[in-house]
Design a protein around this ligand. Sequence first.
Ligand code: G3H
Ligand code: 13P
Ligand code: ZN
Length: 316
Amino acid sequence: MIVTTKELFKHAYGKYAIGAYNINNMEQCMGLFRGNIASKAPFIIQISKGARSYTHKLMLEGIIRAADQIFPEAVFAVHLDHGDEESCMDCINSGFYSSVMIDASSKPFEENVAITKRVVEAAHAKGLVVEAELGQLGGVEEHVKVSEADAKLTNPEDAEKFVKATGCDSLACAIGTSHGAFKFTGTQGLHFDVLTEIQNRLPGFPLVMHGSSSVPQDEVRRINIAGGKLAGAKGVDADQFLPAAKLGVTKINIDTDGRLVWCRVHREHFILKPEDFDLRPAGKEFMAAYADFIADKNVKLGSAGQLDAVREACKK
Ligand code: G3H
Ligand code: 13P
Ligand code: ZN
């Protein structure tokens, strides 16, 4: 059942966070559904602009529609990740997505407000909800690298002004995380002080934490043993998800970790079976490993076990 992120947030706010997982292909989609059903969790499927153009924008849509039929008990939102105005409008008019993210965070404040407002107006007219972003995360995204020096934490006062001026439904805040596998190269960590102040100014308003992969050290070690070169990769401590959820973080974005699982499974598979050239055995291993990863992550997010209650809440 496809729902909006707003419906999911209403149930989760202040108690737990919903996992927002990026997918690019059928194997990720299958592992994602299996892991969420096994752990009885509602979830958000995120599709980036890059994922939409990897094959064709209709391809993932078809795969997700099929998964919805295969797993009729699933409750999830379909969300455009880091959209620009053009991709947001395309998704809003597609009739398939239930929410979009407009990321105009690299623009000056007033321009971000103006662009976000236009997207909110178009989305709300069609029953979709909008995530916007204020502040700037570090790391790599869509081949754009933002250095640690250029990353900007969200200013709580501006966050309040921004939400009131745009009418957006949730806000991605920069609180110290970054995209990719190399977070926290220095001594920095999550800025709970900034988060607390944002929540004080916007009580009950859903916040989003991007760049939240944990970069499990065991995955990194196994990838490196199997020929990878990911020295120094580091992520967010998953034990910080629930404290963040209590401060209004209702959506936690995880993409890099899924890529690491994919990389580890395939590197190990072809090293252990050098005679193998069939894609299906490795693909099956990946789907099972990704499903296990998702189920574990949902326990850390607190979303595991919430599926039946969320389904009931969404029917009301
Ligand atoms: O925040 C960005 C996501 O990790 C998506 O990455 O644009 O390479 O698909 P991508
Ligand atoms: P990671 O790179 O930490 O997985 O973040 C993903 C993300 O924020 C997608 O929008
Ligand atoms: Zn992101």
